[in-house]
Design a protein around this ligand. Structure first.
Ligand SMILES: [Mg+2]
Length: 236
């Protein structure tokens, strides 16, 4: 057996697609603010999205840059709207909408169950705040089979930086070189894992060109293809 533990990214790896869910979430938050203060709903949604960009520039790779209350706060401040009464509600409406629109990838439940039954340690290694990721995993029905959640909020730094991979390996009590990281982002999941001396599998469900990296990595066209390869790598 070459792989003794598996880490999965969450967004766009176990479910999809985040971009559509995100758009719907922003629209719903914008509609809420429109009803509250009469602002154009699209303008409010755009402001929240702009808050994301402002925050990203201000604190790149810091976990708080995923906080939707901050997106709303920064975005509303930028258009001269006092955010105090609305930012938290926009966060809640945004996430409820995202969570309601997630579609689990085929084969996720089956593979996670098989890994659990084979006593192979599994973790969810994700750039996001812990509370919302736990809600997502519950909504996807994976809370009892997805292993441990290691969010960048737990680690203090986003992927591709080392602390989150280090924390994940410590929590799972495995060495990096015997751990496989599975994810959809070349930059965060694959390069990050390879730089930490882990093995990596790119979930290329968007059918993008395969980049050349310094170290080899596995490629899967979709989750079921990934599951098939993980079966072999883990001797399931
Ligand atoms: Mg992802």
């Amino acid at each position: 057996m070459t792989i003794k533990a598996v880490l999965f990214d969450l967004d766009d790896t176990l479910y999809g697609d985040f971009k559509s869910c995100d758009k719907l979430g922003l629209m719903a938050a914008g509609e809420y603010l429109s009803k509250e203060i009469g602002i154009d709903a699209k303008k409010a949604a755009d402001a929240m999205n702009n808050g994301r960009e402002l925050l990203r520039k201000h604190c790149p790779y810091e976990p708080e840059m995923h906080n939707r209350t901050l997106f709303a706060k920064w975005g509303l401040e930028a258009i001269g709207v006092n955010p105090f009464k609305y930012a938290q509600n926009m966060n809640d409406i945004y996430w409820n909408t995202v969570i309601d629109n997630m579609v689990i990838h085929n084969g996720v439940e089956k593979l996670l169950t098989e890994l659990k039954n084979a006593n192979i340690p599994v973790g969810i290694c994700t750039n996001m705040l812990a509370d919302v990721q736990m809600k997502k995993l519950c909504k996807l029905g994976l809370e009892d089979i997805c292993g441990i959640l290691i969010s960048s909020e737990d680690a203090g730094r986003d992927k591709p930086h080392a602390p989150i991979f280090d924390l994940a390996c410590k929590k799972l009590n495995v060495s990096p070189k015997q751990t496989l990281m599975v994810g959809d982002s070349i930059k965060h999941d694959i390069k990050g894992a390879l730089d930490f001396n882990m093995q990596a599998m790119w979930l290329n469900w968007k059918g993008e060109a395969i980049p050349e990296l310094d170290k080899p990595f596995y490629v899967a066209d979709n989750f079921e293809h990934a599951a098939k390869q993980i079966h072999t790598l883990c001797d399931l």
